[in-house]
Design a binder for this molecule. Structure first.
Ligand code: ZN
Length: 243
């Protein structure tokens, strides 16, 4: 589903548009013309549907040559191996996420506790796949489009957002209405999270493309404004998890 000149949504579960499997995060396709990139890879129980959705948007799947992971949680990264093989695409992420996913470290990715909590099936795991690390602030060219990696820890240690001009793909850092995603996992870090929100607020973004929930094509900064309003009172932003 094309939502702007350069952006399509090719997967989205029940926390979004219910376009694909219920547990999928929203997977965006960046169309740079001669080449394309996926932002995240979904859970994904129905990966073929993602490929069909790419085709339905008029894009030859062979043009997708990179997959940029915001982080390694199962709903974002489990589809990376299948999609990278099917599309012949290279996978990128932050240093930490690249290390966790490359070695299939289920503990570092909190898959073990998510299974125990009944969030994932008992036999679920994030398949290992080679991931190329992207340094904080580094850029990657996708055809005519340039994406910058912005390290954004807090939700988990290896979280990375991707800035495309004034538009931000922000993974699980922020959802609509200024909601952050705090949970009881080893690498969720409130102080790092608040620093990340302050940093991203300073970008005054236009397009707001989160991993879950509603996206915004304009005035994306509103969601960061809402979180900062609470932070300004020494409160935590509202939490999207467990509501
Ligand atoms: Zn997550």
């Amino acid at each position: 589903m094309r939502i702007s000149k350069n952006v399509c949504i090719v997967a989205s579960g029940d926390s979004g548009l219910s376009l694909t499997g219920p547990a999928d995060c929203t997977v965006y396709l960046v169309d740079g013309g001669s080449s394309c990139a996926l932002i995240d890879a979904g859970f994904t129980l129905e990966p073929e549907q993602i490929v069909r959705n790419i085709e339905d948007d008029g894009i030859d799947p062979d043009r997708v040559d990179s997959i940029l992971l915001t982080h390694g949680h199962g709903d974002h990264a489990a589809g990376a191996r299948w999609l990278s093989l099917r599309l012949g695409a290279k996978v990128y992420a932050s240093d930490a996420t690249a290390a966790y996913v490359s070695r299939g470290d289920q503990k570092a990715l909190s898959v073990d506790v998510a299974r125990d909590a009944g969030l994932y099936p008992q036999d679920f795991h994030v398949p290992s796949v080679p991931v190329t690390p992207l340094a904080d602030g580094s850029t990657i060219e996708v055809g005519d489009v340039r994406l910058s990696a912005i390290y954004s820890p807090g939700h988990c240690s290896g979280h990375c957002c991707y800035l495309m001009g004034e538009d931000l793909f922000c993974g699980d850092v922020m959802s609509a209405g200024g909601r952050i995603a705090l949970q009881d996992i080893w690498d969720c870090d409130i102080q790092a999270y608040l620093d990340t929100v302050r940093k991203l607020h300073g970008l005054h973004v236009r397009g707001f493309f989160p991993g879950h929930g509603a996206f915004s094509l304009e005035r994306g900064y509103r969601h960061f404004d809402a979180a900062m309003e609470r932070i300004g009172r020494l409160w935590l932003p509202l939490n999207s998890i467990g509501e």
